[in-house]
Design a protein around this ligand. Sequence first.
Ligand code: NDP
Ligand code: 2IT
Length: 448
Amino acid sequence: MGIDEKLEPILAEVLRRNPGESEFHQAVTEVLHSLGPVIAKHPEYADSALIERLCEPERQIIFRVPWQDDAGKVQIARGFRVQFNSALGPYKGGLRFHPTVNLGIIKFLGFEQTFKNALTGMPIGGGKGGSDFNPRGRSDAEVMRFCQSFMTELHRHIGEYTDVPAGDIGVGGREIGYMFGQYKRLTNRYEAGVLTGKGLAYGGSRARTEATGYGASYFVNRMLGARKQSFEGKRVVVSGSGNVALYTMEKLIQFGAKIVACSDSGGYVVDENGIDLALVKELKEVRRSRISEYAKMKGGSARHVERGSVWDVPCDVAMPSATQNELTGKDARVLIKNGIVAVGEGANMPSTPDAVRAFQEAGVLFAPGKAANAGGVATSALEMQQNASRDSWTFEQTEARLAEIMKNIHDTCARTAEEYGAPGDYVLGANIAGFIRVAEAMRSLGVI
Ligand code: NDP
Ligand code: 2IT
């Protein structure tokens, strides 16, 4: 779809003012391409430079993170927190520790997060942060010292009513624990609601670890259900083998699917007997080792492929759950040729624009990340709710809330797509529905 003539100059200006930030350009381009029908129906949403304001982060913080490695050498990393939009609540979004992190990536993630968080219906604004620190191969002590140094700077910018970070790539329970410890020490406050994804021993929520993968599974299950299909007996390929991938596999196995492949940055494993999830969890959550070990330990039915793409493995459903732009137009065409029926984005923006177009033209059901992976941040909001009321819910209670939220997000996206003349287009539905929620709040708050 082309871009609306009112939105075109706005997009051109965003691209001009943010040179070189290709992922940020990609995310803004996709959203602005979706907004034509809503601006036509509600021109007031474009008043007072609302869309220009929505594309400009409220605050961007970049800082030095010095830390000492085990050999005593001082290392320097760069820290980021982009506080994108607080119209709906405190900034909320994860922290990513990965060597590829730069300002453009954090801005794309913060921009996406703003719409995703709006879709959850919870009172949370959008933000994202992280560092180019590479945790791979670092000892526990090094990770702890890094997290403490990172938080020594970040603590002055966050708070339960200001900005509430959580995990993302390279940041899980261990890192959140070290950062919470340092925040508590620096502020002398037991402010449980300042971070989410905490351990159950100190204020975490049950089901938060599982929430993103479970949520993506619920979303795609409902999307299939709307076409009288289900996961029963379906072959599924999941990319990645981190937090999102592991719990996507877990829920989809419960739904009767067979997971035939998963991956990490060193390649992928195929197991025609169905991936042995307990083994992948042991390798990734306990030993922090490589997916290639799976094939070595499993032998027989399993093989590891170092080069090539996990999307070469024939499947009915693809759940990209590793990183941005990991599924290209070429991959999409292979998947389509192999008869794929649905794609659910567990990661943030894993499909390139070319891939999204190919899926949509081929009539493949496509669930965009900002809707499908919103269960993680939604459950973070439930963690904040438990912390605020000094309560802790059962797993069943929390998962039931998550399932209900995913159902609502699915139905909102489907209904909005229909209302704006594009039935079945979940990309359009998610972008418009998320936009309307943020735009309504921004209009009420005046020009700020
Ligand atoms: P993890 O760090 O737990 O796992 C990331 C996985 O993706 C690993 O298997 C990793 O392989 C692989 N991966 C990461 N970067 C690359 C890369 N550049 N190339 C190839 N493989 C890569 O992260 P999460 O599971 O938490 O996050 C995965 C995705 O889901 C991200 O896009 C994240 O933004 C998104 N997401 C996460 C949420 C959460 O709650 N955690 C919520 C919503 C979205 P390796 O170990 O070899 O690097
Ligand atoms: O991309 C995401 O939604 C996350 N990494 C989770 C954010 C959160 O605050 O739980």
